[in-house]
Design a protein around this ligand. Structure first.
Ligand code: 5GP
Ligand code: ZN
Length: 110
């Protein structure tokens, strides 16, 4: 996807410091954080949203889960607590249509 901002970040076309990266996933701080810790975790593969996941993505999703756990550890919130979410669709507040998970922590959530 030529005009996808997260594809560009993944490919290094938009300079962004990676908190974590491997061949399938990338994690970086959200540009507009809503908590002291706010990390975006994405697959390198362009998948528009959670709705576009299929059986072929089972292993990738499992991998992303482990990456998110590692991000929580790297950010020091593994024990204090953190929240993981994905917005699916415009009605849920999805703005960037490249599948991503938000990992939020460093504050007390209600
Ligand atoms: P969404 O609302 O689509 O679930 O979330 C998109 C998130 O990506 C937002 O929290 C927004 O701040 C973040 N974001 C959008 N563009 C960029 C960018 O260029 N760099 C970074 N680091 N985060 C971005
Ligand atoms: Zn993309």
């Amino acid at each position: 996807m030529d005009d996808c901002i997260f594809c560009k970040i993944s490919k290094g076309e938009i300079p962004t410091e990676f908190l974590y990266e491997d061949d399938r996933a990338v994690a970086f701080d959200d540009i507009n954080p809503e908590a002291p810790v706010h990390v975006i975790i994405i697959p390198r593969e362009h998948i528009p949203s959670f709705n576009d996941l299929g059986p072929e993505h089972k292993d990738l999703l499992g991998h992303l889960s482990l990456v998110m756990k590692e991000v929580a550890r790297l950010k020091g919130v593994q024990e204090s607590g953190y929240r993981i979410l994905t917005n699916c669709g415009t009605g849920a507040g999805q703005v960037v249509f490249h599948l991503h998970f938000h990992l939020l922590g460093g504050k007390r959530f209600r």
